[in-house]
Structure formats: structure tokens, C-alpha cells
Design a protein around this ligand. Structure first.
Ligand code: ZN
Length: 240
């Protein structure tokens, strides 16, 4: 059973045309397809992201035993919240995630990493502007917002650093923030993504919301409202 599921996942990866060759991706077939499509699209849009995947591929070619495993799912409950809403780190001995999501256990290495597609999809995606031929965020979203492309670059960079070096959240996250800022720069976005903190804020309406506040260039705030199991409800820009 275990082998069968992994073989199906590998088959999907093959069909995808090596967009993502050296990752063991686990999840339902539709979630794996969505994830791979996202990765392919971001590679096409972002040279920074494309270079990151190329670096991972190169490292894998030079280190034959190196494999990164990612679980993809939706409504993933938190186990060990590393500080990022859309990712979950597990210790090897903690296999509760496998049970909750019906995943087949696959302890390839010391790490497991899960990406919640529902959360990733809450971030606005860069769109090609036919007038200028450049990518921009959708109308109504400030130009300093965090793009889906930047978030995916963050997650993959964080994962790669942890697998390649060692799991150390602070270091892995610092590497990931650097890549995220490279993506911002690539698309001409103002302000660097700064620190984040879990907090509550009072919205203009008087309602108190729980979530994560991320500083942008010490001028703006991205507030990611979360509910229950740290699922993202909505992203607010300068809500206070
Ligand atoms: Zn991070």
C-alpha cells in the first residue's frame, strides 16, 4: 500500500515534465497536481524562483541520496507551528499529521514538511499586465503586498535549507526571508518583508482579530487573520 501510493505520486511528477524533479510529494492526486501547477507557473514568472529550483536540482544531482519530502493538503491542522501559517514542521516521531490527513507515512529523512494549499491560495498571485508586459498584483491589492510567488519561494527555500543543512527554524526562516525579498525586488515591489509576530489586532470595525502581523519596510503591515487550526481566513493590508 505504501509503495503503491508513492508510485502514483511519482507518476504525477513524471507527467508534469520534470518541473519539480527531486521532490517526493505526497497528498491526494488533485492536491499534488495543483501544487505542481503552482510550482511550474512560478518558475515561468520568477527568475529567482527558477534559479532556486535549479540549485536544488543541481544539489540533488551531486548528492544522489538527497531527497526532499513534502506533503501537500488542505485544512491541515497545526502540529508544531514554526511561525509560518501555511507550513508545519513535524518531528520524525510525531506522525499525527499522517493519521489526520490519511497520508501514507513516508519517513525518508529526518524531516517532514507540509504545505497547506488553501492557505497558499489566499495570497494574491502576480498577473501579466498586457499593457506593460510586466507582472503585477491584482487590482485592489497594494503593490507592497506579499505575493503567492514570494510565499512559495519562501517555503521551498526554507525546506531546502533545512534538508541541506539542518533543521533550525531561525536559520531556515532567515534564508527564506532573503529569497522572499529577492522575489519582491525582481518584481519591483517596494519595501522589504520584515519580522512577523503572532498577535491580535483591533480592526476598524472594533472587532478583535487573531493572526500574524508582518512588517513591510517599517511602513506597512500585512495582517494574516487565522482561525481555529491556524487556517488563513483573510489577508488584510494596513488594517489598523
Ligand atoms: Zn519561514
Amino acid at each position: 500500500m505504501k509503495r503503491q501510493i508513492i508510485a502514483i505520486a511519482a507518476g504525477i511528477l513524471l507527467i508534469s515534465g520534470n518541473a519539480f524533479a527531486h521532490f517526493a510529494v505526497e497528498g491526494s492526486l488533485s492536491d499534488i497536481e495543483s501544487f505542481i501547477q503552482e510550482i511550474k507557473q512560478v518558475r515561468q514568472k520568477s527568475k529567482v524562483f527558477d534559479a532556486l529550483i535549479s540549485r536544488i536540482n543541481k544539489f540533488q544531482r551531486e548528492n544522489k541520496n538527497f531527497t526532499m519530502a513534502i506533503k501537500v493538503g488542505r485544512k491541515i491542522p497545526p502540529m508544531i507551528a514554526g511561525g509560518d501559517t501555511q507550513i508545519i514542521w513535524l518531528n520524525k516521531e510525531n506522525s499525527a499529521l499522517n493519521t489526520n490527513l490519511g497520508f501514507i507515512e513516508m519517513h525518508l529523512t529526518k524531516l517532514e514538511y507540509a504545505i497547506d494549499l488553501d492557505d497558499v491560495e489566499k495570497f494574491p498571485s502576480l498577473e501579466l499586465d498586457n499593457l506593460t508586459g510586466k507582472y503585477k498584483l491584482p487590482d485592489g491589492v497594494p503593490e507592497w503586498a506579499i505575493s503567492r510567488e514570494a510565499i512559495l519561494a519562501h517555503e521551498i527555500a526554507e525546506l531546502f535549507d533545512a534538508y541541506k543543512n539542518s533543521y533550525d527554524y531561525r536559520k531556515n526562516h532567515a534564508v527564506a526571508v532573503d529569497i522572499e525579498n529577492e522575489v519582491r525586488k525582481e518584481f519591483g515591489q517596494p519595501g522589504i518583508r520584515g519580522d512577523s509576530e503572532d498577535t491580535t489586532i483591533r480592526m476598524e470595525s472594533g472587532r478583535v482579530a487573531t493572526g500574524t502581523r508582518i512588517d513591510i519596510g517599517q511602513q506597512h503591515t500585512v495582517f494574516i487573520e487565522t482561525l481555529g487550526n491556524r487556517d488563513i481566513v483573510k489577508i488584510y493590508y494596513d488594517p489598523e
